[in-house]
Design a protein around this ligand. Structure first.
Ligand code: AMP
Length: 439
């Protein structure tokens, strides 16, 4: 038997509806904020991520899936979405569109060679958004609000929104020097990766998974103390906008984020849920004013975020215990060979009218057909044999109540539609998401 690759997983049929529901919420909230979906390839030239994500990041140093294609080109399975979105925006000149900023969202698989654990996989899915073309602090706040609104729509309420600012190039450079001076006497007490990071990109030291909580890092200088006046003003404006929206946040002055391209505002939202274990961060993001230019595009300031979708589902499972059930309106019970084609046609007509229908394709005996219906749990069993065919009728059984009625075939569709309306307004069919049971 050939097994799945370590750190990957199958989404089995019973689980796909959770993903579809999540994707629907993402689509709906994105619409509210007027972000449009973009779909980019899952592999790109390696150079894109080396330059975009940063040569010195853990992602590029240790985690990318790189290979040579048959033409000898170096390609990489995308480890994140922003670099690809920016590449596409440059290649397709999206920044030249009349509607600025360009507001895009995406979702799909990403690949990182990490140590698999709950909430951390080698193939995982991200939902991300990018606003390209505005330096306004209002769009920083809008992006944070967009991310929180997704969580609100999913009813994940116990969250902490953490915001910080790294400042622009000048502030970042001053801070980097201060941090290096501070770390120098202590660097041998940190992990070997941090010793390398100290030389290549000292900000990464603060983001170390091994030395997390180490007092040396806890007491390190904070980026907020080294912002230029202009960068401080930008951050204050972001905070003012968040206050105006009424969004709850904390300023976490030790937040730096693991990717090189961030400047100015950075943020993360953690869910305070046991089920997530150590992987509590649902979404991370921030401003990346230099990335577009560094990938040979124009000087376009931008800001975005990326959610881990598996973590959203883990969080959802613990706050929202009742899953919407897979849903079937009608199960056709055809009695005998003489009606098999007629019953298929009936089912097909109902489907064209928007009803979800299934059928016994194994020609089981009556008991077997009812057993299958029990498993599928439809709203109605449709029972149809040669006698019914002759009379031009069909038997409709309401599964929940056991009530059965013979209906003229020509009235079947209208009868079902009326009954569905009655059932869903009088009692829940199991997926309404508004009654006590489903709420
Ligand atoms: P990043 O792109 O590293 O800023 O990560 C953004 C979000 O993606 C994180 O907050 C996580 O929710 C999620 N994420 C990152 N890496 C993984 C992974 N290996 N497995 C599952 N989710 C991940």
């Amino acid at each position: 038997m050939i097994n799945k690759i370590k750190g990957t997983y199958d989404i089995l049929p019973d689980e796909t509806n959770k993903w579809q529901n999540l994707e629907e919420v993402i689509r709906n909230v994105s619409k509210l904020f007027n972000f449009k979906e973009i779909r980019t390839p899952i592999f790109e030239y390696s150079e894109l991520f080396h330059r975009g994500v940063g040569e010195t990041t853990d992602i590029v140093k240790k985690e990318t899936y790189d290979f040579k294609d048959r033409g000898g080109r170096s390609v990489t399975l995308r480890p994140e979405g922003t670099a690809s979105v920016v590449r596409s925006a440059i290649e397709n000149k999206l920044y030249a569109s009349a509607n600025q900023p360009v507001k895009l969202y995406y979702h799909g698989p990403m690949f990182r060679y990490e140590r698999p654990q709950k909430g951390r996989y080698r193939q995982f899915r991200q939902f991300g958004a990018e606003a390209l073309g505005s330096n306004s602090p209002l769009i920083d706040a809008e992006i944070i609000n967009y991310a929180s609104t997704v969580l609100e729509a999913l009813r994940i309420k116990d969250i902490t929104v953490k915001v910080n600012s790294l400042g622009g190039s000048e502030s970042k450079e001053t801070y980097k020097q201060k941090l290096k001076e501070y770390l120098k006497p202590n660097i041998t007490k940190l992990c070997s990766d941090c010793q390398r990071r100290y030389e290549e990109n000292p900000l990464r030291v603060l983001d170390c998974k091994v030395d997390k909580g180490n007092p040396i890092l806890v007491k390190a200088p904070k980026p907020l103390d080294y912002l230029t006046d202009e960068d401080r003003y930008h951050f204050d404006q972001v905070i003012e906008a968040l206050d105006a929206i009424g969004l709850n946040y904390v300023v976490d002055n030790s937040l730096v984020r693991g990717l090189d391209y961030y400047t100015h505002t950075v943020f993360e939202i953690d869910a305070n849920l046991e089920s997530l274990g150590a992987q509590k961060t649902l979404v991370g993001g921030g401003r990346y004013n230099n990335l577009v230019k560094s990938l040979d595009g124009p000087d376009v300031p931008s800001v975005g975020f990326a959610f881990g979708m598996e973590r959203l589902l883990i969080a959802l499972e613990s706050v929202n215990k009742i899953e919407p059930k897979p849903f079937i309106h009608c199960f056709m019970i055809a009695l005998g060979d003489s009606v098999k084609n007629d019953s298929l046609r009936i089912v097909n007509d109902l489907r064209h009218g928007g009803l979800v229908c299934d059928y016994d394709f194994f020609n089981k005996n009556l008991k077997g057909k009812f057993k299958q219906s029990d498993r599928l749990n439809p709203m109605f069993n449709l029972i149809y044999g040669s006698e019914e065919k002759e009379k031009g009728v069909i038997n409709v059984k309401v599964v929940k109540t056991g009530e059965q009625k013979q209906v003229p075939l020509k009235d079947l569709y209208q009868f079902l539609v009326n009954s569905i309306r009655n059932i869903t307004t009088n009692s829940c069919a199991g997926n309404c998401s508004s009654c006590d049971e489903c709420d």
